[in-house]
Design a protein around this ligand. Structure first.
Ligand code: NDP
Ligand code: ZN
Length: 179
């Protein structure tokens, strides 16, 4: 039985994600530590969205572990329980598909996501738009940044009705589209 407190569970998720992402960096010119990004999602959810559901906050911290590290859904289920593992799996792209297909499927599948997965997606897209605005991937030309903004908006338009404030914050970031 899991006897951890909600805060204990969140710190276990942070320690696990920090370990899994330990050798990875973001794509900005300073190659920031990867873990800054999952932490940013939890920060947006808790402090801007007022989200206090530990399942959502832990799933946010873990959201890129299956996609970008050796982590499996079974491993997350064993350590963090079925609910958290399922939300992470919902927001994980199928790496067997090429990038263009994965991006099209994020748009097509947005309306099928659970509410918890929608919250994680909203925080992910808010954080990535902010990164592109202030710490963009090195060498991305303006058009590529703009394409990312457009694609992120298509994903978010597919899941609206989940959280009015986070959707407003997304729209505010989108309104700052470069160019
Ligand atoms: P990538 O998927 O390669 O990069 C964007 C992703 O990188 C984000 O979703 C985020 O994912 C992660 N990331 C890491 N560091 C940063 C950062 N500092 N700022 C923002 N995001 C960061 O690029 P695209 O989304 O553009 O996808 C590739 C697609 O682009 C392909 O479909 C290809 O056809 C097309 N393409 C377009 C080009 C163009 O010039 N327009 C050139 C080449 C390809 P996460 O949150 O998961 O970490
Ligand atoms: Zn992410």
């Amino acid at each position: 039985m899991n006897t951890r407190t909600d805060l204990g569970l969140l710190f276990s998720a942070l320690a696990f994600a920090a370990h899994k992402h330990r050798a990875q960096r973001r794509k900005d010119k300073d190659a920031s530590p990867y873990i800054n990004h999952p932490i940013a999602l939890a920060d947006v959810l808790a402090n801007e969205g007022g989200v206090d559901d530990p399942v959502v906050l832990c799933a946010a911290v873990l959201h890129d572990t299956i996609e970008d590290t050796e982590t499996t859904g079974e491993e997350l289920q064993e350590r963090f329980g079925r609910e958290i593992a399922e939300v992470v799996m919902e927001v994980t792209d199928d790496k067997n598909l090429d990038k263009a297909e994965r991006k099209a499927l994020q748009v097509a599948h947005a309306h099928k996501l659970s509410r918890r997965a929608r919250l994680v997606k909203l925080a992910d897209k808010i954080s990535n738009l902010r990164d592109i605005a202030s710490n963009p991937p090195a060498a991305w030309p303006l058009e590529r940044k703009q394409e990312y903004y457009e694609w992120a908006k298509r994903v978010i338009d597919g899941l609206r009705g989940a959280h009015a404030e986070l959707e407003r914050i997304f729209d505010q970031e989108y309104a700052r589209k470069p160019g």
